[in-house]
Design a protein around this ligand. Structure first.
Ligand SMILES: NC(=O)C1=CN([C@@H]2O[C@H](COP(=O)(O)OP(=O)(O)OC[C@H]3O[C@@H](n4cnc5c(N)ncnc54)[C@H](O)[C@@H]3O)[C@@H](O)[C@H]2O)C=CC1
Ligand SMILES: O=C(O)C(=O)Cc1ccc(O)cc1
Length: 312
């Protein structure tokens, strides 16, 4: 970005993979003048300071938010309501309040009641991430050529929406607007269900009595390895996603179970045509994703291999 910064003071509440990536991107591209960081755990805050992610650090979210014209909640979705309550008294009139949570209707329900008049609340979700967590996991190109979905409530101030969209575009993302419920349905199938399937298949492999753990590790083919990457994702974050997108996830899980039963029946009765037709149809989806430029056909052998997980 060559012009003036879009915001004077950006406050990031939560400084894990996403908060850290936003801080690094905004700093490198000159999107904000000052970055204030708050997170619950003093050890994580100290690490953020060591990494020089911001200009101001506090475990008190209200102190970080004071005077900010852009506030981004980067905490697990189950923590949004408590944080919103905490910062509500110091949110400045005219400020933009947004989030990055993987679920959206729950954020609307839990945060909106605490947003003071004159503050522009526009929920958001960058569709970009990895299985890593903590401030060390962040990197400044995470949002390049990705989508960021914003779910502006009815009557959202157009100038605020344009400013937040410009911020995400400068972070490298394409911005789409969506209704929060629809967002939750779409993400349930393209993101939440794949993670649950991964947690389940890796759990099943771990529970087997006749195949040892060392055999699972030794002979894991790349398909199983891909599942282990997803199943290594942050437990707090994914617990919160499950609890906060319950309806859509249960709907997708029940459709998934029905389809799995049909596949089970086809295998039992030797219905090769059914299996062949299904596998042909699904191969087409992969081709469409590659044609849309969202994926390469190259195998991804652990692009983010270093485990930088950080507990707090
Ligand atoms: N990990 C991913 O790939 C993606 C995650 N998201 C969403 O972004 C949000 C953050 O995820 P990550 O950065 O991956 O998580 P993370 O686990 O790396 O970081 C979470 C941060 O929130 C802080 N935190 C937790 N509870 C808090 C509380 N009550 N008050 C203040 N700080 C608190 C933690 O100390 C940590 O700094 C989540 O809502 C997640 O759904 C969105 C897109 C991708
Ligand atoms: O690591 C992966 O493959 C992901 O799918 C990352 C991810 C996780 C959660 C989101 O809400 C968005 C992206």
């Amino acid at each position: 970005m060559t012009g003036a910064p879009l915001f004077e003071r950006m406050a990031l509440i939560g400084i894990g993979l996403i908060g850290s990536s936003i801080a690094q991107t905004a700093r490198q591209r000159g999107l904000v003048k000052e970055i204030a960081i708050s997170t619950r755990s003093p050890a994580t805050l100290q690490r953020a300071e060591e990494l020089e992610l911001g200009d101001f650090y506090s475990v008190d979210a209200a102190q970080a938010v004071d005077g900010a014209d852009l506030v981004i909640l980067c905490v697990p979705v189950g923590a949004n309501e408590a944080v919103a309550k905490w910062i509500s008294p110091v949110l400045k009139a005219g400020a933009i309040l947004t989030d990055v949570g993987s679920t959206k209707q729950s954020v609307v329900d839990q945060v909106s009641p605490h947003v003071p008049k004159g503050v522009h609340f526009i929920p958001g979700h960058p569709i970009a991430g990895t299985e890593q967590s903590g401030p060390d996991a962040g990197f400044p190109t995470l949002f390049d050529q990705r989508w960021c979905i914003l779910t502006p409530p009815k009557g959202t101030d157009q100038a605020a929406l344009e400013k937040l969209s410009a911020f995400w575009q400068e972070c490298g993302s394409n911005v789409d607007l969506m209704d929060p419920k629809h967002h939750d349905l779409v993400l349930a199938i393209v993101s939440h269900l794949p993670h649950l399937i991964a947690y389940n298949i890796v759990g099943t492999a771990d529970d087997l009595e006749t195949v040892t753990k060392s055999q699972v590790i030794k002979y894991s083919a790349s398909g199983f390895r891909d599942f282990t990457r997803l199943a290594a994702s942050d437990p707090t974050m994914w617990r919160d996603v499950c609890l906060n997108n319950k309806e859509a996830i249960l709907e997708m899980l029940s459709r998934f179970s029905e389809d799995l039963s049909a596949m089970q029946r086809a295998i039992r009765w030797g219905d090769g045509d059914m299996l062949f037709d299904l596998f042909t149809r699904t191969r087409g989806i992969r081709r469409s994703i590659i044609e849309a430029g969202q994926e390469t056909d190259e195998p991804d052998f652990g692009r983010h291999a270093a485990d930088t997980r950080q507990d707090d």
